[in-house]
Write a protein that binds this ligand. Structure first.
Ligand code: MOS
Length: 691
C-alpha cells in the first residue's frame, strides 16, 4: 500500500449526517417518492410449487374500475436473454417455486391493484415437488464453486487417519434453519418510463448493479436508466436485484409517463427476495491429549433452487480458523423446488461458525480445557489454508480482553449447577471472523466548490450502515479539511460507479476510490485554489496476494434458561472485535451491536418453517416469524481493540457490517449448555429443546 492516511476526522464519533432527516421522517425511502399520478402494482404469485400454467383468465381483473394494465406471460415485454433465470420475469409458463411472479396488475391504488391481482384466474398442470432439505436429499451434488468463487471442497493431510488416531474426538451434527432477510424497509421500487429513459427509485444495496442489469434486460443503454437510492432502510444481502424490480420496470412500461410503485408486503418478502439456506453440518474434531487439534473435518449439506444455483460458502471460515495439520471441508447441495437462496448477513461465516464454534466448545470440554485456553492453544501462526501471513490477527487479544471485561476468570465450568429463582444460569464464548473484501469497479470525483468546500461524488449507498458519515470523514482526511467542508453525493447511478454495499466491502472499496481521487486532486492542484476537478478509482492492492486478511472477534453471552419451561433469556452479551481502524466509533458500535442482535435473533427465534405439502413458508409474517425485539435485548455491548493494519487499504479499516453476527449464536448456545447441561445443536434454541 502507499501508506495510511493520517486520521484526523477518522476516529471521531460524528453523528450521522442524515440522522436528523431520518428521525424527522424527511429522509425519503424508495416507496415514498410518490407523485399525484403514481400508479400501483400488485403481483399474482404461483400457488403451486412446481408445474406449468395451463390457463390464465384476466377478464374480471381488467374489467375492474381503476385497473390500468394486467401483465401476463402472454403480453409482457420480451426481455433480453440473461444468465439469471430468477430475473426472467413472465418469460414462460413454467412454475419453479410457489410464490413465483406469474402476472401483475397495475391500478390507480394499491387496493385496486391487489383486488385485480386476486381476480386473475389461473389453472396449472401441477408436478410433484420436493422442498425439504435432508442430510440424504435425493441428488445431492457438489457445485463447481461456492459463493462467490471459493473451492467447493478442500483437503489437507489425512483427516480420516488423524481422526482415527486422535486421543480425543468430537463428531457432531449441527443444523441451522432457513432464515429470511427482513430489513425494516421491505424491498420497493418506484419506476417511471418517460420518453426513452427509465428512472427507478429503488431500495437497493447497489444502484449501479441494478442500473446495468435493468438496462441489459430491457435492451437500453446504461445512460437510459437511472437508479436513485439516497436512503435505504436495511438490506442484509437481499437488496441486490430480484424479480420485483424487473416487474416494476415492466409495469412502468405499460403506463408510460406515469410512475408505478411496487412496494413488497412483508408476506411477499418470504418468497421473492431470497433467504439464508438451511444447513446440516457435520463437524469432526480430533485432538491430542495436550489439547492441540490434529484434525478438523466440516461437511455441509444445504439447499439451492432448481431454477438457479446459489451455493452458500458455509465451511469456508473453518479453512483458516484454527491450526490443525489435517483438514477437510465439503459442500453438497440439494436443488429443490424453492426460491433461490441468497446472501444474508455474513453468508457462510454465520451458519458455519455456529457449528464450528459449538464444536470447539464441546471439544474444549472433552479435553478438560477452558474454551478460551483451548482456542489460544490452537491459534495458527500463519493462515492454515493459504500459508500466507496474516496482515493482522488479534483473535487472542479479543478473547483475553473480553474475558477480563466479562468476568470470565471467576467462571466454574461445571454445567447445570447455578440456579436463581427457578432459572439456570450459564455463560458462553465463541470466536468470530470475517474476511476483508475489496471489490473492483468504484470511482470517485473530487471537485472544488466555493468557500474551501469540496464536492465528493461516488455511487456508494448507505443501507443504514453509516456510510454517509464515514465516507465524508474519509474524504475530509484525504483532502485534509474538516468533514463539514465535504459535500458528499452518493446513492445515485448518475454518479461515478460504486460497487455493492455487500460483503462488508463498502468502506474498503469506496473509501479507497475517494482517497485515490483526493490524492490525484492534491497532486494535480498543489494549490487547491487553482484546482477544479479530479477523479480516482479503487486501486489494486498487491498486498491482497501477500497476506491473509480477516477481522476477528470474541463473543460472550450470559444466558438464563428456566428450569421448568425451558424459556431462554439472554441478559448480557459482549462482543470484542479487532477490525483495523474504526472510522466512526458511533456508527461502528451500532453496526457491531446490530449484528450481535441479529445473532441473538438467530439463536432464539428465527426459523422459516417450510410447509412441505405446499412448498411455502408457513410463518411468512412477523406474527409467525419472530425476530429479536426490545424485550429480548438487555445489556448488549461491543468494544474493539486498537489494531494498526497498513495492508488492508489506505484507511487501515476492515469491514464491520457482518462480523457482529458471526459467532453470536454459538456463544448463546454454548452458554445455554453451561446453564443446563443440555447441548442443543439445532437452531433456534426454543424451549422444548431444553426439556
Ligand atoms: Mo451482505 S450479506 O454481504 O449484503
Amino acid at each position: 500500500m502507499t501508506g495510511l492516511i493520517e486520521p484526523k476526522s477518522i476516529g471521531a464519533p460524528l453523528e450521522r449526517l442524515e440522522g436528523h432527516a431520518k428521525v424527522t421522517g424527511t429522509a425519503p425511502y424508495a416507496a415514498e417518492h410518490l407523485a399525484a399520478d403514481t400508479a400501483h402494482l400488485h403481483p399474482v404469485q404461483a400457488t403451486v410449487a412446481r408445474g406449468r400454467i395451463t390457463g390464465m383468465d384476466t377478464t374480471a381483473a381488467e374489467a375492474l374500475d381503476g385497473v390500468l394494465a394486467v401483465l401476463t406471460p402472454g403480453n409482457a415485454p420480451r426481455l433480453a436473454p440473461g444468465d439469471d433465470p430468477e430475473l426472467a420475469v413472465l418469460a414462460s409458463d413454467e412454475v419453479a417455486y410457489r410464490g413465483q411472479i406469474i402476472a401483475a396488475a397495475v391500478a390507480e391504488t394499491t387496493e385496486i391493484a391487489r383486488q385485480a391481482a386476486d381476480l386473475v384466474r389461473v389453472s396449472y398442470a401441477e408436478l410433484p415437488h420436493d422442498v425439504e432439505l435432508r442430510a440424504d436429499s435425493a441428488g445431492l451434488y457438489a457445485p463447481e464453486v461456492v459463493n462467490p468463487t471459493y473451492p467447493t471442497d478442500t483437503t489437507e493431510g489425512d483427516p480420516d487417519g488423524a481422526l482415527a488416531a486422535a486421543a480425543v474426538t468430537v463428531d457432531r451434527t449441527y443444523t441451522t434453519p432457513m432464515e429470511h432477510n427482513n430489513p425494516m424497509e421491505p424491498h420497493a421500487t418506484v419506476a417511471l418510463w418517460a420518453r426513452d429513459t427509465l428512472t427507478l427509485y429503488e431500495s437497493t444495496q447497489w444502484p449501479h448493479g441494478v442500473r446495468d442489469t435493468i438496462a441489459r434486460l430491457f435492451g437500453l443503454a446504461t445512460d437510459q436508466v437511472r437508479v436513485i437510492a439516497p436512503y435505504v432502510g436495511g438490506g442484509f444481502g437481499s437488496k441486490t436485484i430480484h424479480a420485483n424490480t424487473v416487474l416494476a420496470a415492466m409495469g412502468a412500461r405499460a403506463v408510460p409517463g406515469r410512475p408505478v410503485s411496487f412496494a413488497l408486503t412483508r408476506q411477499q418478502m418470504f418468497s421473492l427476495v431470497g433467504y439464508r439456506t438451511p444447513t446440516i453440518q457435520r463437524i469432526r474434531l480430533g485432538a491430542g491429549a495436550d489439547g492441540r487439534l490434529t484434525a478438523i473435518a466440516h461437511d455441509v449439506v444445504e439447499q439451492t433452487a432448481r431454477l438457479k444455483e446459489f451455493a452458500e460458502q458455509t465451511a469456508v471460515a473453518t479453512r483458516s480458523m484454527y491450526a490443525a495439520p489435517n483438514r477437510r471441508t465439503t459442500h453438497r447441495l440439494a436443488a429443490l423446488d424453492v426460491p433461490a437462496p441468497t446472501w444474508m448477513r455474513a453468508p457462510g461465516e454465520c451458519p458455519g461458525m455456529f457449528a464450528l464454534e459449538c464444536a470447539m466448545d464441546e471439544m474444549a470440554i472433552a479435553c478438560g480445557l477452558d474454551p478460551i485456553e483451548f482456542r489460544v492453544r490452537n491459534e495458527p501462526e500463519i493462515d492454515p489454508e493459504t500459508g500466507l501471513p496474516f496482515s493482522s490477527r488479534n483473535l487472542i487479544r479479543c478473547l483475553r480482553e473480553g474475558a477480563d471485561r466479562f468476568g470470565w476468570r471467576r467462571r466454574d465450568p461445571t454445567p447445570g449447577v447455578r440456579r436463581e429463582d427457578g432459572w439456570l444460569l450459564g455463560t458462553g464464548v465463541a470466536a468470530s471472523t470475517f474476511p476483508v473484501f475489496r471489490l473492483p469497479g468504484s470511482a470517485a470525483t473530487v471537485r472544488r466548490l466555493a468557500g474551501g468546500r469540496y464536492r465528493v461524488q461516488i455511487d456508494a449507498v448507505d443501507i443504514g450502515t453509516g456510510a454517509w458519515t464515514s465516507l465524508a470523514q474519509i474524504a475530509a482526511d484525504a483532502l485534509d479539511v474538516p468533514p463539514d467542508a465535504v459535500d458528499l453525493r452518493i446513492g445515485d447511478s448518475a454518479l461515478p460507479p460504486g460497487s455493492v454495499a455487500g460483503g462488508s466491502s463498502g468502506t474498503t472499496s469506496w473509501g479507497s476510490a475517494i482517497v485515490d481521487a483526493a490524492r490525484t486532486f492534491r497532486e494535480k492542484f498543489p494549490d487547491p485554489e487553482e484546482g477544479d476537478e479530479a477523479g480516482g478509482a479503487t486501486p489494486d492492492n498487491p498486498d491482497l496476494e501477500r497476506f491473509a486478511m480477516h477481522a476477528y472477534g470474541a463473543q460472550f453471552a450470559a444466558v438464563r434458561v428456566h428450569a421448568d419451561t425451558g424459556e431462554v433469556r439472554v441478559p448480557r452479551m459482549l462482543g470484542v472485535f479487532a477490525a483495523g481502524r474504526i472510522i466512526n466509533p458511533r456508527t461502528a458500535r451500532s453496526q457491531f451491536i446490530g449484528g450481535m442482535t441479529m445473532g441473538l435473533s438467530m439463536a432464539l427465534h428465527e426459523d422459516s418453517v417450510m410447509d412441505v405439502r405446499f412448498g411455502q413458508v408457513a410463518n411468512h409474517d412477523f406474527a409467525g416469524y419472530h425476530i429479536a425485539s426490545n424485550a429480548d435485548v438487555r445489556s448488549i455491548d461491543a468494544i474493539w481493540i486498537e489494531e494498526e493494519d497498513p495492508h488492508v487499504n489506505p484507511m487501515g479499516s476492515k469491514g464491520i457490517g457482518e462480523i457482529g453476527i458471526v459467532g453470536a449464536a454459538a456463544a448463546v448456545a454454548n452458554a445455554a449448555y453451561h446453564a443446563t447441561g443440555v447441548r442443543v445443536r439445532d437452531l433456534p434454541l426454543t424451549p422444548e429443546k431444553f426439556l
